[in-house]
Design a protein around this ligand. Structure first.
Ligand SMILES: [Zn+2]
Ligand SMILES: [Zn+2]
Length: 647
């Protein structure tokens, strides 16, 4: 008697199949083309082999390269393929673990007394490609624990035996492809033929289990793709990213520096970087002013009691600097601005007429990041945040939240950010009261409100379960630089809990009191991360409005210095950041040096220009724009700055 099961597809369609059918066969029933792209399957929220039989009614999502689950399965399967190649080249090698990572995969291996070189990586790539072409299936086999122990004891593999110790009997599986068998939970792609492009990227040392008392293993990194073109594009992006490295550009363009005496992760902004900061703050102030925000200024430290009220102590303690003692009290450097802003809300009585109450500050916060985690401007210990808090009623939430989204979109346009995704993190009902404030209805209500606004604004977003903040749903904003690298820019949070902890209240229209909802938002993130992003995004060639130096005047010889000075004077009067190159170098060299400093405009001045009261204009990257009257040039550049044009 054949039995049937109901399969619910992501679009809600329910289809009937024979019990035991695989996701791959379901894909084939839809189209052969689709089946060729299926890497794994999401069955009831568990990612499994696409070839596994499905025995019960289930929600099914077929995973391809475009799904994180599909991509991770592909990369983990590539780690097995690499292991197979390593075993052929280094007999006796032992394997620890080989997980997928953000951009590819690695395997930690014990090569015994053998060692591996860059040249070996190239040979391994060739071997992997040869094995991939064999279209070997990844075959799963469940084995009793005793059998698994016996297998690896005979192989003399103490690493896999160690892994086995932590596993329950009955859950142990082996995966075999070609001549390689590994202890593995899976899942894996159907066969090796999917892996079409291979690059082994790096060799590093890694202590076993991350403990420096243990033996050092060799970690081999790689990345693979289903299409050769994708690998070519990826390698091109890496090369571009290297050229655009914000630490390199930050130094070349005198944007920021670090000093051992000041301390790790504490950025010193040089005059050029400070110009960029001030322009960003000017933009934020204009935009926030227009959107009805008021500005506040608050101290960088506060007493312990405030952070106990906010819950930062003890929950966030590890990320804070240790306290300072003064007058018998403990003070902490703040890691967030919110509590100070809540106190400003509470400072004067509020009525419904005062809401929405929006207060903004470029707030300085201090966070303890482990020294190993510190990285240029991306991970630092002192940050300047484009912070603001909006206190509103539930009825006002939709409009307020939409206005915040609109502000993001406005900024994205100004900075030419074409690709972005918002990640909506939701709560998990079974963790209410543990990981999340126990307010089931408020959770559903606020999550629905946020989802609604995202849908209405046509903003691309993905939902993730069980990643919300303690006190409400949050939205992480991911942006992509022009070369396609992803950055986490900022987090927006909806908060129905802190208002209560701080006993924030307003008088309602019917003379009762209520607690406001709070929106935490920071569309420009922090200066540190955002300027780091912009350096890469623009490759150091800031648009004129952001450029530390906007115009460089290049006199052909000292004879024209007086005229150059009068041009400089007129530019400065028009609020344009300008300088004269006073060196007695040839003009060709002056142009080349100015190009290197990515100054947007160069004004070349010689006999003809002086006599006609003109300037010869050159634009970075565009070359000669011809001669212009000074007033004409000034009005054009002023317009470009005012409109914050990209070029
Ligand atoms: Zn595996
Ligand atoms: Zn906040």
């Amino acid at each position: 008697m054949s039995e049937y099961i109901n399969i619910t597809l992501p679009d809600g369609a329910v289809r009937q199949f024979s019990k035991g059918i695989s996701a791959l066969d379901i894909a084939k029933s839809i189209s052969e083309g689709l089946a060729r792209k299926i890497l794994a399957a999401d069955v009831e929220g568990n990612i499994t082999d696409a070839t596994r039989p499905i025995e019960h009614d289930a929600h099914l999502k077929l995973l391809t390269w475009d799904d994180t689950g599909g991509k991770n399965t592909f990369w983990h399967s590539s780690a097995h393929l690499m292991a197979e190649a390593i075993e052929t080249m280094f007999p006796g090698v032992k394997f620890w673990v080989g997980p997928p990572v953000d951009n590819g995969f690695y395997y930690d291996v014990d090569l015994g007394d053998q060692s591996i070189t860059e040249e070996d990586l190239r040979k391994l790539e060739v071997k992997m490609a040869e094995l991939a072409k064999q279209n070997n299936t990844y075959t799963r086999k469940a084995v009793p624990k005793a059998e698994a122990i016996q297998y690896f004891s005979e192989k003399g593999d103490e690493y896999k035996l160690d892994l086995l110790q932590g596993l329950e009997d009955g859950e142990i599986t082996f995966y075999t492809q070609g001549k390689f068998t590994d202890l593995c939970r899976g899942p894996h792609i159907p066969h090796t033929g999917f892996i079409k492009a291979i690059k082994l990227t790096n060799i590093a040392g890694a202590y076993w289990k991350g403990d420096e008392k243990n033996k050092q293993l060799t970690r081999i990194y790689g990345v693979t793709f289903p299409i050769q073109k994708q690998l070519d594009e990826y390698l091109h992006m890496l090369e571009e990213a290297k050229k655009r490295d914000h630490r390199k550009l930050g130094k070349e363009l005198s944007i920021f520096t670090l000093d051992d005496d000041v301390g790790q992760g504490l950025i010193l902004w040089l005059p050029n970087g400070t110009v960029v900061i001030e322009e960003l703050e000017k933009l934020a102030k204009e935009t926030e002013n227009e959107a009805g925000y008021k500005r506040v200024v608050t101290p960088h430290i506060a007493k312990e009691s405030m952070y106990i009220t906010s819950g930062h102590l003890p929950y966030y303690k590890d990320s804070m600097y240790p306290p300072m003692e003064m007058d018998g009290e403990k003070y902490y450097l703040r890691s967030m601005n919110c509590p100070h802003h809540h106190k400003i809300f509470a400072a004067e009585p509020k009525s419904f007429r005062d809401l929405p109450y929006r207060i903004a500050e470029y707030g300085t916060v201090y966070r303890y990041e482990q020294s190993g985690e510190l990285f240029g401007l991306m991970r630092v210990r002192c940050l300047h945040m484009n912070d603001a808090h909006i206190y509103c009623t539930k009825e006002q939430f939709n409009d307020e939240f939409r206005a915040v989204n609109d502000m993001y979109l406005k900024y994205f346009k100004i900075f030419g950010i074409d690709k972005y995704v918002m990640r909506l993190s939701l709560h998990s009902p079974d963790k209410l009261g543990i990981k999340y404030v126990n307010e089931p209805e408020l959770w559903l209500e606020t999550e629905a409100m946020v989802r609604n606004v995202l849908k209405e604004s046509n903003i691309p977003y993905v939902e993730v379960q069980d990643e919300a903040a303690f006190y409400g749903p949050k939205i992480d904003v991911q942006i992509y630089s022009v070369i396609g690298r992803e950055f986490t820019l900022a987090t927006n949070q909806v908060d129905f809990s802190q208002g209560r902890s701080f006993k924030l209240q307003y008088n309602t229209s019917d003379n009762k009191t209520d607690t406001p909802l709070i929106i935490h938002r920071a569309p420009l993130g922090t200066h540190e991360r955002f300027i780091g992003f912009l350096l890469e995004h623009y490759a150091g060639k800031f648009p004129v409005w952001l450029a530390p130096l906007q115009v460089k005047i290049l006199p052909i010889s000292d004879k024209f210095m007086e005229y150059a000075k009068s041009v400089l004077h007129q530019l400065k009067k028009a609020d344009i950041r300008a300088e004269i190159d006073e060196r007695s170098e040839k003009v060709g060299k002056k142009i080349r040096d100015t190009e290197l400093l990515r100054v947007p405009y160069m004004l070349v001045i010689g006999e003809k220009e002086m006599n006609e009261n003109k300037v010869a204009v050159r634009r970075q990257g565009k070359g000669d724009l011809g001669t212009k009257n000074i007033s004409e040039f000034i009005s054009e550049v002023t317009e470009e700055i005012k409109e914050r044009r990209e070029e």
